[in-house]
Design a protein around this ligand. Structure first.
Ligand SMILES: *Cc1c(COP(=O)(O)O)cnc(C)c1O
Length: 383
């Protein structure tokens, strides 16, 4: 089976992990800060907080921004459920902004409309979480503009988008957001097996997230409510979690990050090749955009005839091609239906869902494999 996504592991990665295993620290050693420093430098963000998943990063990002019971958080219905769950962990109300049918990202015009409606009803969001679907950035300058007009904070869910560019700047620099979150799950661009990171330029938010990832515990005398009892002393200042990344994971991530640019370039070549191979078929392809370079976590095709989606999907799977569908609209999940959402609420997202198939996309995908995917796809579509 050709998978839809797969990690790329080199001997250098294995050596980096082995080195940690033979060192003094498996966790809370030097590898985590080294990985954080590397991604802060790579993105240009001032602070980086490594955690054990992007889901954890989204959770503490919401908490750091003050999301709690009664807060309102908006995200995209076309995402992994974690983009919405993070608000629910905090007891907040979640809502969705329908997508742009061409990009699958939150639609700016629909966001503005919904904000105007919400202002009228006094239900404006505290936080909006745009999701950079498949690694192509949302229009962050526009979202920032709306944030200053309507007064909300922004968390970029860039789980797909490390190594991507927006207006020719690195995604994760937080120029237009309060916090940006990356995922290092093995199907994503670089991996730590499980892992995530929150980037920010705001020192107060960074401090809050660092406390929250480790039980709310601090050893900083300046934060303590009474003089230190001695070198062993720490204080739990608030209720936090054990969301720490291990040094084993961070060493893998750091080693992977050294190939980040090349791996994204490889994905860009694969995307361009799919464009050549599939241009003549009755389907729409994700745009190749030079100014806003996608990191191509996913390559999502949209069939012109949605009644063929299951047939085409099944034909690809039967031919050993591990296609997938990203994503089932979050608001249609039973948990979200219990909260009052239903089919019909976000028609563009639902129409998108019914047409899409994610083709294999990972650095070691060969052009022969891509040709094979194209051949099977053509057969399934044109017979
Ligand atoms: C993968 C993913 C997440 C969650 O990442 P984990 O690291 O597995 O917690 C969140 N949002 C999006 C859009 C994702 O694709």
């Amino acid at each position: 089976m050709i998978p839809y996504g797969r990690q790329h592991i080199t001997q250098a990665d294995i050596d980096a992990v082995t080195e940690v295993l033979q060192s003094d620290f498996l966790t809370q050693g030097p590898a985590v800060p080294a990985f954080e420093k590397r991604l802060a430098e790579f993105t240009g963000a001032q602070h980086a907080i490594a955690v054990n998943s992007a889901t954890s990063a989204l959770h503490i990002a919401c908490l750091a921004l003050g999301v709690g019971i009664g807060s309102k958080v908006w995200t995209s219905p076309i995402s992994f459920v974690a983009s919405a769950n993070c608000a629910r962990y905090c007891g907040a109300d979640i809502h969705f902004v329908d997508i742009d049918e061409n990009t699958g990202n939150m639609a700016i015009d629909k966001l503005r409309k919904k904000l105007e409606h919400a202002r009228h009803h006094d239900t404006l969001p505290n936080v909006v979480i745009p999701v950079h679907l498949s690694g192509a950035s949302c229009d962050m300058a526009q979202i920032r503009f709306l944030a200053s007009e309507f007064g909300f904070s922004i968390i970029e869910d860039a789980s797909h988008a490390i190594g991507a560019r927006y207006q020719d700047e690195t995604v994760g620099n937080c120029r237009y957001s309060d916090i940006t979150v990356f995922s290092f799950h093995p199907v994503k661009i670089i991996t730590t097996a499980e892992g995530g990171m929150a980037m920010t330029n705001n020192t107060a938010l960074a401090d809050k997230m660092r406390l929250l990832r480790s039980h709310g515990i601090s050893r900083d005398n300046k934060l303590m409510t009474e003089p230190s009892h001695g070198d062993w002393y720490y204080q739990q200042l608030q209720l936090g979690f054990n969301y720490r990344m291990t040094d084993i994971q961070a060493a893998l991530g750091l080693s992977q990050s050294m190939r980040l640019v090349q791996m994204v370039q490889k994905r860009q070549l694969l995307a361009a090749n799919y464009h050549q191979l599939l241009a003549h078929l009755p389907l729409r392809l994700p745009a190749l955009d030079d100014e806003n370079l996608s990191s191509w976590h996913l390559f999502i095709i949209r069939l012109n005839d949605k009644s063929k989606r299951k047939l085409v999907f099944d034909a690809l799977r039967a031919a050993g091609i591990g296609v997938n569908v990203h994503y089932i609209p979050i608001h249609t999940q039973p948990y979200y239906q219990q909260l009052g959402f239903d089919w019909g609420d976000f028609p563009a997202a639902e129409d998108f869902y019914e047409r899409i198939i994610s083709l294999p996309m990972f650095p070691e995908l060969s052009s022969e494999q891509q040709q094979y995917v194209a051949d099977i796809l053509q057969q399934a579509l044109l017979t």
